[in-house]
Design a binder for this molecule. Structure first.
Ligand SMILES: [Zn+2]
Length: 149
């Protein structure tokens, strides 16, 4: 079943047009963001707004229907970040002046790895986009923690 347009609107407004995983801002992207089922529909996840998150196309596609990944630091399986139950700043921070996302916890690290939030396994266009947004003063979001180096 498709998510209703009132629910999609609610999800977009609640997220303030930010991807709830990588914190990209839709206003500076070329492609409209998608409505992600936090618990995938294939696992019984509902269309209730409590189970929905705004996600950029990269995060949505890379995640697929997975709910867990592997913490590269320990090799242990960890849940991936749940935007409705958890706070981004608990699990992630920006490094390299806002260009790279660092996982602070097993959940954060597994999510960075699974969603390839720094594009290490892809073509690097995400990093170039972030670099541009940092230069233009649009990134990182002001409320996000930034590690000093
Ligand atoms: Zn994203």
């Amino acid at each position: 079943m498709a998510v209703s347009s009132p629910s999609r609107r609610l999800v977009r407004e609640r997220a303030q047009l930010q991807c709830e995983y990588c914190h990209a801002d839709e206003r500076w992207q070329f492609i409209r963001f998608t409505t992600d089922h936090v618990l995938p529909q294939s696992a019984g996840g509902s269309d209730d707004p409590d189970n929905l998150a705004l996600a950029c196309r990269n995060c949505n596609e890379r995640r697929g229907n997975r709910v867990e990944g592997r913490d590269p630091q320990t090799g242990h399986v960890a849940a991936i970040f749940h935007p409705r139950l958890e706070t981004w700043a608990t699990h992630f921070a920006w490094a390299a002046a806002g260009i790279r996302i660092v996982g602070l916890t097993p959940i954060g690290r597994a999510t960075v790895e699974l969603l390839d939030l720094n594009d290490d396994r892809h073509n690097g266009v995400v990093l170039r986009t972030r670099q541009r947004d940092v230069s233009d003063g649009y990134h990182p979001p002001p409320e996000d923690p930034v590690l000093s180096e």
